[in-house]
Design a protein around this ligand. Structure first.
Ligand code: NAD
Length: 491
C-alpha cells in the first residue's frame, strides 16, 4: 500500500501506509483504513491501515517470537544496525521533514531540527548498546560474591503522541533495540506517516543484515483503547512505554497493573518560566520565545506560565509582545513561517476558549488573542497580562501559542507559584545570581531545569518528569535502563 492524495508524488511513493507485522507491510485484518489530514489545509494526505485488536495481537506475537533471537544478537551488531539507521535518517532529512510538516503542521525548519534530534537518539543508543554494565563485588560479610547481570525486559509496547512524530518514536525504539527488546509501536493516529518511513528504514536494515525483521512492528489505529486493552492483558507483553497526556497515562497505568508491567510514562507538563528581578531581560524574552513557541506551543516542555518579578514585568511583557508580533503565522511548508497551525481544529478552538476565559476573568491581551481568517487550525501568538492565577491558562497545559504573565514579589513567592501545580516536567528560570540559580534548581518541582536557557532537550540527557508528569527517564544513560532488568546472582 502506498500514500496518495495531497502528498507530493515522490513522498507518496515512499510512505508505507500499511501495518508492519513480522517484517511485512500488510492491510488491517478487516481492511479498514483511516484518513490523515494536513492541519494547514484540512486536505486528506493519505489513507492508512486501521489496526484492530487482532492486528495488535499479531504484532505482539511477532515481537514475542523475535525476542529470543534478538536478545542474543551481539551488542556490537545491534549497535551497528542503529548506526546505519542513524545515517539513513540523516540522509533522508528532507523527505522526513516534509512529511512531519505535512501531517503535523510544523514550520519546515523545525521539522528538519526534529529529524536531527530524532537521529541523535539512534546515534546515542548505537553507542550505548555496547556499554550495558552489570556489577560484581564481594558481599559486605565477605562470605560470597554478588554479581548483577543485565538482560532485556522483553517485548515492549510503545505508544507515542503527534507533537514529535519521529523523535518520540526514536527516543523509545532506539534504547529498546539497543537493550535487546523487540517492540510494537503505536504511533498517534494524527501522524502515522513519518513513523511508517522510519519503520521501513529499520525493517530494510534488519533484512539487509539478516537479522530478525519481526523485532519492530507498527500498528497505526483510529481506536487506540480497543487495540491496547488486549495487549496489556497479554502475558507475552513485559513493558509499556507511553508518551502523551497525563489523563491517558493514568488509564494505561491501570491497564498495566493487571500483569504488573514495567512502565515508563512521559506525560503532560505545566512549565513555569521564572524571570527574577536580576535577570537579563532581553535574554529572557529570547528564551521565552524559544520555550513557548516551538511547534506553536504544542510541546510538553513548552513554557506554560510566565512568572515575572514585578520590578521587571513591564519590560519583559513589552519585549515579549514585540517579539510575538514579529512572528509569522502560516503553513509550515512556507520557509517564511515561524508559527504553523495547531494540530487540529479542535485544538485551535480549545485555545480560543482558554484565552476567552482568561479575558473574562480580567486578563488583558497585549498581542494576538484571535484566529486568522481562512482555512487551517491557526491561532495567533498571544500574550496575556494581569492573569488570575486560578485561570485555566495558568492551571492547564495550554498547548498553543499563548503566554500568560503572572507577577510575583519575592523569590519564595515565585517558587511557591511555580510549584503550585500537579505537574513537574520542566522549569525555566532567568537570574544572574548563581546562588539563586542553584536554589531554584534544588527547590523547583521539576525533572528538568533550564537556567538562563529556553531549551533543555538533548538525546544524551535524562528527560522526564516528577509528580504527575511521569515515571522514568528517556535519553542519556538512564533511557536504556528502562528496557533492562537486573538479575542478582550470589556466588
Ligand atoms: P494523548 O494522550 O491524547 O495521546 C497520546 C497517544 O496515546 C496517542 O498515540 C493516542 O492515540 C494514544 N491513546 C489515547 N487514548 C488511548 C488509550 N485509551 N489507550 C491507548 N492509547 C491511547 O496525547 P497527545 O494529544 O497525542 O499528545 C499531547 C500530550 O502529550 C501532552 O499532554 C504533552 O505534554 C504530552 N507529551 C509529553 C511528552 C513528555 O516527554 N513528557 C512529550 C510529548 C508530549
Amino acid at each position: 500500500m502506498s500514500a496518495a492524495h495531497a502528498l507530493p508524488r515522490h513522498l507518496a511513493d515512499a510512505v508505507p501506509t500499511g501495518l508492519l507485522v513480522d517484517g511485512e507491510w500488510r492491510p488491517a485484518a478487516g481492511g479498514a483504513t483511516f484518513a490523515v489530514e494536513d492541519p494547514a489545509t484540512g486536505q486528506v494526505l493519505a489513507e492508512v491501515a486501521d489496526a484492530g485488536p487482532a492486528d495488535g495481537l499479531d504484532a505482539l506475537a511477532a515481537a514475542h517470537a523475535a525476542q529470543p533471537a534478538w536478545r542474543t544478537v551481539a551488542p556490537r551488531e545491534r549497535a551497528e544496525l542503529l548506526r546505519a539507521v542513524f545515517e539513513t535518517l540523516v540522509a533522508r532529512t528532507e523527505d522526513l521533514a516534509a512529511l512531519i510538516t505535512a501531517e503535523g503542521g510544523k514550520p519546515i525548519a523545525e521539522s528538519r531540527a526534529e529529524v536531527a534530534y530524532a537521529a541523535e537518539f539512534v546515534r546515542w543508543y548505537s553507542e550505548q548498546a555496547v556499554r550495558i554494565n552489570g556489577l560484581t563485588r564481594t558481599a559486605p560479610s565477605g562470605t560470597n560474591r554478588q554479581i548483577v547481570l543485565r538482560r532485556p525486559v522483553g517485548p515492549a509496547f510503545l505508544i507515542t503522541p503527534w507533537n514529535f512524530p519521529i523523535a518520540m518514536i526514536t527516543r523509545k525504539v532506539a534504547p529498546a533495540l539497543a537493550a535487546g527488546c523487540a517492540v510494537v509501536v503505536k504511533p498517534s493516529e494524527l501522524t502515522p506517516l513519518t513513523t511508517g518511513v522510519f519503520a521501513e528504514i529499520v525493517r530494510a536494515e534488519l533484512e539487509r543484515r539478516e537479522l530478525p525483521t519481526g523485532v519492530v512492528n507498527v500498528v497505526p489505529t483510529s481506536a487506540a483503547g480497543a487495540l491496547t486493552e488486549p495487549l496489556l492483558a497479554d502475558p507475552r507483553l513485559r513493558k509499556l512505554s507511553f508518551t502523551g497526556s497525563t489523563e491517558v497515562g493514568r488509564v494505561l497505568l491501570r491497564g498495566a497493573a493487571q500483569n504488573v508491567l514495567r512502565t515508563s510514562m512521559e506525560l503532560g507538563g505545566n512549565a513555569p518560566f521564572l524571570v527574577f528581578d536580576d535577570a537579563d531581560v532581553p535574554a529572557a524574552v529570547e528564551g521565552a520565545v524559544a520555550a513557548k513557541m516551538r511547534n506553536s506551543g504544542q510541546t510538553c516542555v513548552a513554557a506554560n506560565r510566565f512568572l515575572v518579578h514585578e520590578r521587571v514585568a513591564a519590560e519583559f511583557t513589552a519585549g515579549l509582545t514585540e517579539a510575538f508580533g514579529r512572528l509569522v503565522v502560516g503553513p509550515g511548508a512556507d520557509p517564511a513561517t515561524t508559527v504553523g497551525p495547531l494540530i487540529e481544529e479542535r485544538a485551535a478552538a480549545r485555545v480560543a476558549e482558554v484565552v476567552q476565559q482568561a479575558v473574562d476573568g480580567g486578563a488583558r491581551v497585549t498581542v494576538g488573542g484571535d484566529r486568522p481568517s481562512g482555512p487551517g487550525s491557526f491561532y495567533r501568538p498571544t500574550v496575556l497580562t494581569g492573569v488570575d492565577p486560578g485561570a485555566r491558562a495558568v492551571r492547564e497545559e495550554i498547548f498553543g501559542p499563548v503566554a500568560p504573565v503572572v507577577t510575583f514579589g519575592s523569590e519564595d513567592e515565585g517558587l511557591d507559584l511555580a510549584n503550585s501545580t500537579d505537574f513537574g516536567l520542566v522549569a525555566y528560570a532567568y537570574t544572574r545570581d548563581v546562588d539563586r540559580a542553584f536554589r531554584v534548581a534544588e527547590r523547583v518541582d521539576a525533572g528538568m531545569v533550564g537556567l538562563n536557557r529556553g531549551m533543555v532537550s538533548d538525546a544524551s540527557a535524562p528527560f522526564g518528569g516528577v509528580k504527575q508528569s511521569g515515571i522514568g527517564r528517556e535519553g542519556g544513560e538512564a533511557g536504556i535502563e528502562e528496557y533492562l532488568e537486573s538479575v542478582y546472582v550470589a556466588l
